[in-house]
Write a protein that binds this ligand. Structure first.
Ligand SMILES: Nc1nc2c(ncn2[C@@H]2O[C@H](COP(=O)(O)OP(=O)(O)OP(=O)(O)O)[C@@H](O)[C@H]2O)c(=O)[nH]1
Ligand SMILES: [Mg+2]
Length: 402
């Protein structure tokens, strides 16, 4: 791509003086998120994505004011170069950096291409944007990102992937996929919208919330029901698919796709909201917090795996010390060493000339333990340290050796 001209692109504006969310007040009064292990909890990034007109920008405004009343400050990033009116001020606004109309002129593009290219140009500076966001991460609870309605940015464009990967590798992040509920009541439209959501989920691989917006106009119960009960959705699909002659033109592809979606619903949460009235904000933020947990789980798994590896190493050291103390590693001194297991008892009895019935129970027990320990020592030598399983180690009781 040609180097963007100075007319169309400047470095992202330093948002230090941007008049967005009054972030420091709540942090100062201690009402922000609870600190985790001495430090402040990282802010959660919410990427607001959805089709044109689904209500993303209005929802951003609503969320911003909700967070203000909750005294949980937000940091706002606007990635829509074509937005004409926002009911809030963004800390970082793509419009301060790229003029998409100028991009249209210079690259001879239509509005859609202009918006996409403007975002692509902006993405080349996204490391700077991330730098600004990270600087403010200490003092805010949420980072809200508004995006253009050109949803294909997040399904196939490189800039979408660069943006989501950059943010998500730095901060806990989730996608709020906004759906225009009144326009989704037809089963085929609903399915098409869900397929979009599905492809964004698989492209971003981030915790995901389906946000059914505009519930002041149309409640989203029908959608939740279709998501919960696959058969009801199929029935609706068949019902609506009948033409005036009563023939059903919904083909088996539709049915198979709805089966795919059934699997997809397992991976997400759905909430009904109204960006207009503010209904459902609490539920939305409960979903966001559950996304935070989902995002953090792999990290927890890693910590758990670390802990288990350390415990295994400690047990191994313990075992080695015991084996050393007992001298079982020293094969020549080991009375059972030269014999294969099945011959051991006989070899011992032959040496001592004893009879099995006359054996001292304590001695027999000592022999049995010694055999077990030796077997473990051999097993240990053939396995790597990481292969030692708990059962191998637990069987060794140092008390019983004395
Ligand atoms: N009744 C109702 N209207 C809404 C709601 N949310 C948004 N709208 C209206 O939907 C229209 C589109 O809203 P926007 O917020 O601009 O939608 P958008 O997704 O940001 O649109 P693009 O940026 O063009 O993709 C506006 O007329 C809003 O007033 C809602 O919850 N209820
Ligand atoms: Mg918008």
């Amino acid at each position: 791509m040609a180097e963007p001209s100075k007319d169309t692109q400047q470095p992202p504006a330093d948002p230090a003086n941007a008049p967005a969310a009054s972030s420091s007040s709540a942090a100062a009064d201690g009402s922000s998120s609870a600190p985790a292990s001495g430090g402040k909890k990282q802010p959660m990034t919410v990427l607001v994505i959805g089709m044109a007109g689904s209500g993303k920008t209005t929802l951003m405004q609503r969320i911003n004011s909700y967070l203000h009343t909750e005294q949980k400050p937000a940091y706002i990033v606007n990635l829509d170069p074509a937005v004409s009116h926002m009911g809030y001020s963004a800390n970082i606004d793509i419009r301060d950096t790229v003029d998409y109309k100028e991009v249209m002129k210079q690259y001879n593009l239509g509005p859609n291409g202009g918006i996409m290219t403007a975002l692509n140009l902006f993405t080349t500076k996204f490391d700077q944007v991330l730098g600004f966001v990270e600087k403010r991460a200490e003092s805010v609870d949420y980072i809200l990102v508004d995006t253009p309605g050109q949803i294909e940015i997040f399904t196939w464009s490189a800039s979408g992937a660069i943006i989501t990967d950059a943010i998500a590798s730095s901060l806990p992040t989730c996608v709020a996929y906004v759906i225009d509920t009144p326009r989704t009541t037809a089963p085929a439209t609903f399915m098409s919208n869900m397929l979009y959501a599905c492809s964004i989920l698989y492209k971003t691989r981030l915790p995901f919330i389906l946000v059914f917006n505009k519930v002041d106009v149309e409640p989203c119960d029908f959608a939740k029901e279709w998501m919960a009960d696959f058969e009801k959705f199929q029935a609706a699909l068949e019902e609506r698919g009948r033409d005036e002659n009563g023939e059903n033109y919904m083909n088996s592809l539709m049915s198979s796709m709805s089966l795919v979606l059934d699997e997809f619903y397992n991976n997400l949460r759905a909430v009904g909201v109204s960006a207009m009235t503010g209904e459902g904000m609490k539920e939305l933020f409960e979903a966001v917090e559950s996304c935070r947990k989902e995002y953090e789980e792999p990290e927890l798994d890693r910590l758990k795996a670390d802990k288990e590896a350390k415990a295994a190493a400690a047990k191994q050291g313990h075992l080695e010390r015991m084996l050393k103390d007992m001298g079982v590693k020293d094969k020549p001194k080991n009375p059972f060493g030269p014999h294969v297991r099945n011959d051991r008892a006989d070899a011992l009895f032959d040496d001592e000339g004893g009879d099995a019935d006359e054996r001292d129970p304590e001695e027999e027990e000592a022999i049995r333990r010694q055999m077990e320990l030796e077997e473990e020592a051999e097993h240990h030598m053939t396995l790597g340290a990481g292969d030692i399983v708990e059962d191998d180690i637990i069987q060794v009781d140092p008390q019983s050796r004395s």
